[in-house]
Design a protein around this ligand. Structure first.
Ligand SMILES: [Zn+2]
Length: 320
């Protein structure tokens, strides 16, 4: 199977050769094993895991992560969730991007109280399903998974004109609109992946009607898009990219964002926040992004953390 949109490939090695033996009763047996993807390593990254940061004054949540992707040395979902707890990150939204990772995400959420799931066919995967004539079946599986009680979002879906060219756009639009419909029918959130496609994402949401809870995951827009989102009550989920010194568009967006619609995420194992950019990311690093955002906004970090928690629980419901 070729590498996917995000530079991952199917995981290999003994960890997935057979069903893993659970280390404790709380550790789930998941379809495909502990990892089902592996991030491509160009050999030039510093693969040392950043230290566990000081927890904030309130337990927080990582609104978007991919625990099924191996990045460097083994650090399983169980390791990631344990480290997250040590950093005061009480729970995560585990996100799928194809049929297998969506099934994996739903299975983990069903078995682990620290996990809720989002399920979808990623916009860069949709054209492949469409050309294999399996998009319809894949969407039917997503629809079914979206009915599970701990699946609280449909995502990541949306449009990506960066990695997918003109030939794949028709499938992206068809898939995005189908996901919007699934989220609305199940009454759960929509997590949007929008890369170089701001205008078309907004146009599609307004044309077909956005779900009551609509989230721009790894928000990559500017002040203008942040104002549009605020006007419609859409959520902006900020990832480690907001901590990058050259992300002036994100800093401007954060400054005008509606504070009752701000979320925070890692998108791990990608987009590690400063000062650890390029190293493996994991939900335990969420506090770094919250602290950076609070400093940008000139507010107390615990106050911003509490607000993001309130927003998270409103968007996805409770983990407990
Ligand atoms: Zn993601």
């Amino acid at each position: 199977m070729p590498a996917r949109h995000d530079g991952t490939a199917p995981a290999q090695g003994p960890a997935t050769a057979s069903a893993p033996v659970p280390e404790s009763p709380s550790e789930a047996v998941l379809p495909g094993g502990e990892y089902i993807r592996e991030r491509h390593d160009d050999g030039r990254r510093d693969m040392t895991r950043p230290p566990i940061p000081e927890p904030l004054g309130v337990p927080i949540y990582d609104n978007h992560t991919h625990l099924e992707i191996k990045d460097g040395e083994a650090f399983t979902y169980a390791d990631a969730l344990r480290a997250a707890e040590q950093a005061g990150v009480a729970g995560v939204v585990q996100v799928g991007g194809d049929v297998e990772s969506s099934q994996w995400s739903a299975a983990l959420a069903a078995q682990d109280p620290r996990v809720l799931a989002a399920v979808a066919i990623h916009p860069n995967e949709a054209p492949g399903y469409a050309s294999a004539d399996t998009l319809f079946d894949a969407l039917a599986t997503i629809d079914e998974l979206a009915g599970q009680p701990r699946v609280r979002a449909v995502g990541e879906t949306g449009l990506d004109f960066f990695r997918t060219g003109d030939d794949g756009r028709r499938a992206q639009f068809e898939s995005f609109e189908a996901h919007i419909d699934i989220a609305k029918r199940h009454g759960i959130a929509l997590q949007i992946h929008d890369r170089d496609a701001h205008d078309d994402v907004v146009e599609t949401l307004l044309r077909v009607g956005a779900p009551a809870t609509t989230v721009f995951h790894c928000f990559s827009g500017d002040e203008h898009l942040a104002r549009i989102a605020a006007e419609h009550g859409w959520y902006l989920s900020f990832a480690g990219t907001v901590t990058f010194s050259n992300a002036k568009n994100l800093h401007a967006a954060l400054a005008v964002a509606d504070r009752s619609r701000i979320l925070v995420e890692t998108d791990a194992p990608f987009l590690t926040p400063a000062p650890f950019r390029g190293r493996p990311n994991s939900p335990y690093l969420t506090p770094l992004t919250v602290r950076f955002m609070a400093a940008q906004l000139g507010v107390d970090a615990d106050e911003l953390a509490s607000e993001t928690v309130e927003n998270t629980l409103r968007a996805y419901g409770s983990w407990g």
